[in-house]
Write a protein that binds this ligand. Structure first.
Ligand code: PLP
Length: 392
């Protein structure tokens, strides 16, 4: 059963997200509630805990993995949840989503060539592109009717004119929370097909979709120049430390090249932790997962209502998927430093600055709402008081 409770003792003093030194370094204070890193604040599904406990109780950590069983688990899950039929022979296992992206950039582009990203987007994309010596080409998303949409015209021009060899898609999109519709993806694929540009789709948040949104994997398209990073149970089952990822392509040329490189680096298999955790999650975790999605959807709805009722000058973009919500504080009319002070010192919230994601406007922030509702309510009450003191 899914559980959410405030002051979760297992969450306290965890490295990175809750780490006092990290918080002080980034926010100038550790007296903040962390809403930045995309870790959830809930205890994981008990079948996974049991599998891990069983593993530890055996007191042996041999070379142990079963990629076939893992691929079968992922395939069955995707069939059931998304109606997606995956071919077991088209998977390549890798140690994580980011390592998959880094590897694909190196495998399929040359130094100096362009990799297109749709900004604002998960900040590690740019880092991976630039650290590989490639050029990040920013295709800025547009806002239409309070919703982010793709700029197809710019996309087409950039593919033609800016030496773009790969499109790195984020679906569902972190941080703006869009779950790209089939129609939107179709338009994108159609353009990529004209220039025969490779699309790599990071779908690590693919299962976290809310009512009304229908997740479409790039793997469901006929276009042969696509690679899907199906992701892992990391985001949806709170297993970020049990890092693993799955590359999927039915294009045998692409797959053979990826397989050869991954094997040459001995990165082509998991370990006992990834194997048992993944199988437990996908085979026995669905009840927990459904409750988790329902709970976080309720958090999302509560945040949307609270902001619209009490802070009409704050804009918030309703996420269709992911546990991230995107704020625009422009309406508060504050200087960058004053806004930071309000968020950190008054609301005591550690939100991720939008500038990290390539958003030029410092009024944007991302909040991870995979947290107990009572905690979110307390934080937003503080925010409300701080905003009321501005007479807004
Ligand atoms: C879109 C996206 N891709 C990748 C990752 C990280 O994946 P991994 O930890 O498997 O490298 C994240 C983490 O937040 C993410 O949001």
């Amino acid at each position: 059963m899914f559980k959410a409770f405030t002051n979760n003792p297992t969450a306290a003093n965890k490295f990175i997200k809750h780490d006092s030194d990290m918080l002080s370094q980034v926010y100038g204070s550790d007296e903040v509630t962390p809403y930045w890193i995309a870790d959830m604040e809930f205890p994981i599904a008990s079948p996974i805990t049991q599998a891990m406990q069983h593993l530890v109780s055996r007191e042996t950590y041999s070379y142990e993995f079963d990629s076939e069983a893992v691929f079968a688990g992922i395939s069955a899950w995707n069939k059931k949840r998304h109606g997606l039929t995956l071919d077991m022979k088209s998977f390549v296992q890798v140690p994580g989503v980011l390592s998959a992206i880094a590897l694909l950039i190196r495998e399929f582009t040359e130094k100096g060539e362009g990799v297109l990203i749709q900004t604002p987007v998960y900040h590690q994309f740019r880092r991976l592109i630039e650290s590989a010596g490639r050029t990040a080409i920013s295709n800025t998303l547009k806002i239409e009717n309070d919703r982010y949409v793709m700029d197809y015209e710019a996309f087409e021009n950039q593919l033609r004119d800016e030496n773009v060899k790969m499109v790195l898609l984020c679906n569902p999109h972190n941080p703006v929370g869009r779950v790209w519709s089939k129609h939107e993806l179709e338009k994108m694929v159609e353009i990529a097909e004209k220039t025969q540009t490779l699309i790599v789709s990071d779908e690590v948040h693919g299962d976290i979709v809310f009512d009304g949104a229908d997740f479409t994997s790039i793997a469901s398209f006929d276009y042969e120049n696509t690679i899907t990073i199906i992701g892992s149970p990391a985001k949806n089952f709170g297993l970020n430390s049990i890092s693993n990822g799955y590359i999927y392509t039915t294009n045998s040329g692409l797959k053979d090249a990826i397989k050869a490189t991954v094997a040459s680096m001995s990165l082509d298999h998991g370990n006992a932790f990834t194997t048992y955790a993944t199988i437990a999650a996908y085979q026995h975790g669905e009840e927990w997962f459904n409750q988790f999605v329902e709970y976080t959807q309720n958090n999302r709805d509560w945040i949307m209502d609270f902001i619209s009722q009490h802070m009409p000058h704050v804009k918030v973009f309703k996420p269709e998927g992911t546990n991230q919500i995107w704020f625009d504080f422009t309406g508060l009319d504050l200087e960058t430093g004053a806004l930071k002070t309000l968020l950190v010192n008054d609301a005591k919230m550690a939100l991720t600055p939008g500038t990290w994601f390539g958003e030029p406007d410092a009024n944007f922030y991302r909040m991870n709402f995979a947290a107990p509702l009572e905690q979110i309510q307390a934080s937003l009450e503080l925010l409300k008081s701080a905003v009321m003191n501005l007479n807004k």
